[in-house]
Design a protein around this ligand. Structure first.
Ligand SMILES: Cc1ncc(C[n+]2csc(CCOP(=O)(O)OP(=O)(O)O)c2C)c(N)n1
Length: 539
């Protein structure tokens, strides 16, 4: 065995799981690892001319109604697949063309048999560049193939290999090589009974919901799922699922080693987008049985650990997954949540987490900026009064005032935007938009004169570069922004003043909440310690 053979085997194994049973092989050297693995895995035959081979595979795919592989070496060989690819495109035939390739370091400098093979068939075939074999990337390879092989029509996989191309034994690096997630579509919901049964067999579980904008009945459906299995419901700040019976302080609870251990799940159902908390994400990565519900965009499975990825509407998926178990984690998490809330209640004082918590308690619609605001809401905010939105697709600090103004304009709801000073300066024109459109937006700016988030990163130790390149203090006068746009201005720097400002009747206004970047780190630490103390040991 060597890495090339293992890599080729993983490619073909995922294609077998996607339904492939036949492979048509064109002779060549660069494709040797794939040819050897294909001859072992599938019913295979050799056709000398690549043009003929691709049509041969096309005919096989049409008659069997299954995807069929046609495989060739690097260089001009693959170009001969084109006419059959075009026919496969026209007929939506799942012809899978695999072209072997030389590795990237042999491209561009006169090595023989190299030209740019990527997108050789233009937009006539879906395309995946598989990259050169890399032991760390086997799970990613499998997951991308599993995903790509689901759609119909021709698919082109370009597969570079380094030497040795012959099947000689070499010491193998450590490789994770289990199959990728099984994919289910909305049409396959009845098949989810098998997954529901798997969940029922694993009563120690959690349902986790990341950011999700919709205001539909996921609230009820996720709770039904969690009750039917005894699973805890862990709700991100922007999930719209927080409430008394959901876990809001997972980020704090799971920092306690004994609690993280006592609450260790054997299964998780993931809903919504990627969560705000790194601590929760790292804890979930250890869960052996993971089910991901994808409603739109990419499946949230960055470590390629999911056993199943379900493409469906969230509420429908939750109902299809409901099972019968009386798992212990719902009650245990509820106890941890109760203690964490009590600990926070006594320890909370003027700080950025406090500002976030007050904002979420006071707002009918809260728009939270990336950087610390959304993290503070997630860890410390608890249950909000209303909806909480955040631009968490790309985590930008751009366009936040404008996004909130748009949300206020479209919903007619009293809207607060919670953001840092850099995010505000980035989007001053959002204030202009709100002013011109007479939108009574409440802009709550946590002004710590720069990027507070960077103090939590190792770069903070490097004093020479830290302030000028990362923290970037600016000393801007925020009242000037209010003056420019006609917003009312209030500056607050204590609990009482903030509460008074948030209790006042909403208008187009800028509230500047003054904090300090350095003590912010200390305050976070103190609050986390207070929660750890309140948590004590698990029962
Ligand atoms: C458009 C964009 N540019 C740059 C970044 C990188 N970035 C992440 S956090 C951050 C600092 C944000 O500072 P601020 O809004 O004041 O919030 P704080 O960190 O103080 O909570 C920056 C520049 C980003 N996420 N988005």
């Amino acid at each position: 065995m060597n890495l090339n053979l293992l890599w080729a085997g993983a490619i073909l194994d995922e294609l077998r799981r996607a339904g492939v049973r036949e492979a048509v092989i064109c002779p060549g050297s660069r494709s040797a690892p794939l040819a050897i693995a294909a001859a072992q895995s599938f019913r295979s035959c050799v056709v000398l001319d690549e043009r003929s081979a691709a049509f041969f595979a096309l005919g096989a795919a049409k008659v069997s109604q299954r995807p069929v592989i046609v495989l060739c070496t690097s260089g001009s060989a693959g170009a001969h697949f084109l006419p059959a690819i075009l026919e496969a495109e026209a007929g939506a035939i799942p012809l899978i063309a695999i072209t072997a390739d030389r590795p990237p370091e042999l491209h561009g400098f006169g090595a023989p048999q190299t030209f740019d093979q990527q997108r050789l068939f233009g937009n006539h075939a879906r395309f995946l560049e598989l990259g050169a074999p890399d032991p760390a990337l086997v799970p990613h390879l499998r997951a991308t193939i599993a995903q790509a092989a689901r759609a119909s029509g021709p698919l082109h996989l370009n597969a570079p290999f380094r030497e040795p191309l012959a099947p000689i034994d070499q010491p193998m690096p450590c490789v994770r090589n289990e199959p990728a997630a099984q994919h289910f579509s909305a049409r396959g919901l009845p098949k989810l009974t098998a997954i529901a049964a798997e969940l029922s067999k694993r009563p120690r579980g959690v349902v986790v919901c990341g950011p999700r904008d919709a205001n539909d009945d996921l609230n009820a459906a996720a709770r039904e799922l969690s009750r039917s299995l005894g699973y805890a419901l862990i709700a991100d700040a922007a999930s719209q699922l927080r409430g008394d019976d959901a876990v809001s302080h997972a980020d704090l609870i799971l920092r306690s080693a004994p609690w993280a251990k006592a609450l260790k799940p054997e299964a998780v159902v993931r809903l919504g987008g990627g969560g705000s908390s790194k601590v929760v994400q790292a804890w979930l990565e250890e869960v052996p049985y993971q089910v991901v519900v994808r409603e739109r965009g990419e499946a949230i499975d960055p470590m390629h650990e999911a056993a199943a990825i379900i493409d469906a509407d969230g509420p429908a998926a939750c109902r299809a997954l409901a099972g019968h178990a009386q798992g212990p984690l719902q009650a245990l998490f509820a106890e941890a949540e109760r203690r964490a809330r009590a600990g926070l209640e006594t320890a909370m004082c003027w700080s950025e987490p406090f500002i976030a918590r007050e904002a979420t308690r006071a707002s009918e619609l809260l728009y939270a900026s990336s950087s610390m605001p959304v993290r503070d809401l997630d860890a410390f905010g608890g249950a909000p009064r209303g909806r909480v939105l955040a631009n968490r697709g790309l985590n930008g600090i751009d366009g936040i005032v404008s996004s909130a103004a748009g949300a206020a304009w479209a919903s007619g709801q009293a809207t607060t935007v919670l953001l840092g000073d850099l995010a505000l300066l980035h989007d001053l024109s959002g204030l202009v938009a709100a002013a011109r459109l007479h939108i009574s937006l409440r802009v709550l700016c946590v002004n710590n004169d720069g990027g507070g988030i960077f103090h939590f990163l190792p770069i903070a130790e490097h004093e020479q570069v830290f302030e000028p390149l990362f923290a970037t203090p600016h000393g801007m006068n925020l009242p000037g922004a209010a003056l420019l746009t006609g917003a009312a201005f209030t500056q607050v720097s204590d609990v009482k003043a903030l509460r008074a400002a948030l209790a006042a009747e909403q208008k187009f206004e800028l509230i500047e909440a003054r904090t300090d970047r350095t003590s912010n780190v200390e305050q976070h630490r103190a609050l986390r310690t207070a929660v750890l103390t309140a948590l004590g040991d698990p029962p």
